[in-house]
Design a protein around this ligand. Structure first.
Ligand SMILES: [Zn+2]
Length: 244
């Protein structure tokens, strides 16, 4: 609801089959929405998107989106979450009788706080992802190319657990994919062996010895100097152009 026009409305839009549920913390209402298919075919240039930890997304058209997990707000909430988790496990330990753990009123209260905090974190992350994916789709690219998620799964990150980072990528892809479908945009996942980082997007030469720490792609063949992530996004775009 937070994002303007996230939910379709207007002529031909129908809301049906409302369901109400309670998850222990919040009440939810879910509705199905029926609306006419979008028949407009986007004709703008296609784009490649390089996803990463340093920045969430670098787009071949020059747009850059930060990683929200590196913001003060998320870091603060993550710290609070860790404190709460420790508190809960201490309480469990305290009330332990042999192999049996007791769930006291106090523990239930803390666990509800934890649940709320988790929901808040998820909401912030998902909303941010929605804002970006909607913005990208609004530019109506002819196609979108991204890297295989298996490649991203191998990345290192000191500050946040891999699982959380991976969930963020997964959610970003999920939103991009269904919003692409809604807007007749081809959504392409590059082959997992496609060398999007090690190829020069300008001349196509291959740089075997590109290190993870090299933030710039410097081509010894054509002399191009490009930001590493931008170079990767341009390669993904080229990949799309060849198969689209
Ligand atoms: Zn080159």
């Amino acid at each position: 609801m937070y994002e303007h026009r996230r939910i379709p409305y207007g002529k031909g839009v129908k809301y049906i089959n409302p369901r109400v549920s309670f998850d222990g913390v919040n009440w939810w209402i879910a509705v199905s929405i029926e609306y006419p298919d979008n028949i407009e075919i986007p004709t703008n240039e296609g784009i490649g998107i390089d996803v990463g930890i340093e920045k969430l997304a670098v787009v071949s058209d020059g747009n850059i989106y930060k990683n929200i997990n590196k913001t003060k707000e998320i870091e603060k909430l993550e710290k609070r979450k860790k404190r709460l988790q420790r508190k809960v496990s201490r309480k469990y330990e305290k009330g332990r009788e042999g192999d049996r753990y007791k769930k006291t009123k106090n523990i239930i209260r803390l666990e509800n706080q934890l649940k709320k905090l988790n929901q808040r974190l998820t909401n912030i992350r998902h909303n941010y992802s929605h804002q970006i994916t909607t913005e990208i789709i609004k530019r109506k690219p002819g196609f979108i190319v991204v890297e295989d998620l298996n490649v991203l799964g191998m990345m290192k990150n000191k500050h946040l657990s891999k699982a959380i980072q991976y969930q963020g990528f997964y959610e970003f892809y999920r939103q991009l994919q269904y919003k692409s479908e809604w807007n007749n945009i081809k959504f392409i996942v590059a082959d997992r062996f496609f060398p999007s980082s090690k190829t020069c997007s300008q001349c196509g030469s291959y740089k075997k010895n590109l290190k993870l720490s090299d933030r710039k792609y410097i081509c010894e063949d054509c002399g191009s100097i490009l930001d590493r992530d931008l170079n990767a996004s341009l390669n993904l775009k080229n990949y799309g152009q060849e198969i689209a």
